[in-house]
Design a protein around this ligand. Structure first.
Ligand code: SF4
Ligand code: SF4
Length: 153
C-alpha cells in the first residue's frame, strides 16, 4: 500500500511498478538469482564487504510508506532496518536489496541492476527529481542536512 505523505502519488505507484517488475524478473529466473536464506548477513555492509546504493525515488517510496519520522539514521555498518537479522521494511526494501544474492549469477545480477537503475533514472527525469546514486549510510544520515551524493551519468 502506498501512502501519500506529500509525495506525488504517481511517482510512488511507478516505484511500486519497478519493484513488481524486479520481483517478477527474480521469480522467473530463479536458476540465476541464487537461493537466499534471509540470514541478513549482507545487511552488515562492512562485515560482508558489501555496498548498497540507493536513488531518490526509492528513498521517497520508503519515506512515504514508513512516515518521515520512521526514517532512521545509520549508526553502524549494519542497515538500521535489519533487526535481529531480519529486514523490517521488507515490502519497501530497495532495488539493490531485491537484486542482490550472495550466490546469484553475477552477469544476470549486474544486467538486472543496470535495467532497474535505468528505470529509476528515467523516473527522476519524468518527475524532475535530481538523480543521485548514493551510499545508503550517506543517504540516511544526511537526508535532513543537504546530502553529499554521488551522481552518475
Ligand atoms: S532494507 Fe532490508 S534488505 Fe535492505 S539492507 Fe536494509 S535490512 Fe537489508
Ligand atoms: S543474500 Fe546471502 S548473505 Fe544476504 S541474506 Fe541472503 S543468504 Fe544471507
Amino acid at each position: 500500500m502506498v501512502a501519500a505523505c506529500g509525495t506525488n502519488n504517481r511517482l510512488l505507484e511507478k516505484v511500486a511498478e519497478i519493484y513488481n517488475w524486479l520481483d517478477t524478473q527474480i521469480r522467473d529466473n530463479n536458476k540465476l538469482t541464487g537461493q537466499c536464506n534471509a540470514c541478513g548477513k549482507c545487511c552488515d555492509f562492512d562485515k560482508f564487504d558489501h555496498h548498497l546504493f540507493v536513488t531518490p525515488p526509492e528513498l521517497m517510496y520508503l519515506t512515504a510508506n514508513l512516515g518521515a519520522e520512521n526514517i532512521k539514521s545509520m549508526l553502524s555498518s549494519r542497515c538500521p532496518y535489519n533487526i535481529d537479522g531480519k529486514c523490517t521494511v521488507y515490502e519497501y526494501r530497495f532495488a539493490a536489496c531485491r537484486i542482490f544474492c550472495c550466490d546469484a549469477d553475477a552477469d544476470f545480477q549486474s544486467e538486472l541492476s543496470e535495467s532497474a537503475l535505468k528505470k529509476l533514472k528515467s523516473l527522476c527525469t519524468e518527475f524532475q527529481i535530481p538523480y543521485h546514486y548514493t551510499d545508503l549510510a550517506v543517504a540516511l544520515n544526511t537526508r535532513n542536512s543537504g546530502p553529499k551524493q554521488k551522481t552518475i551519468y
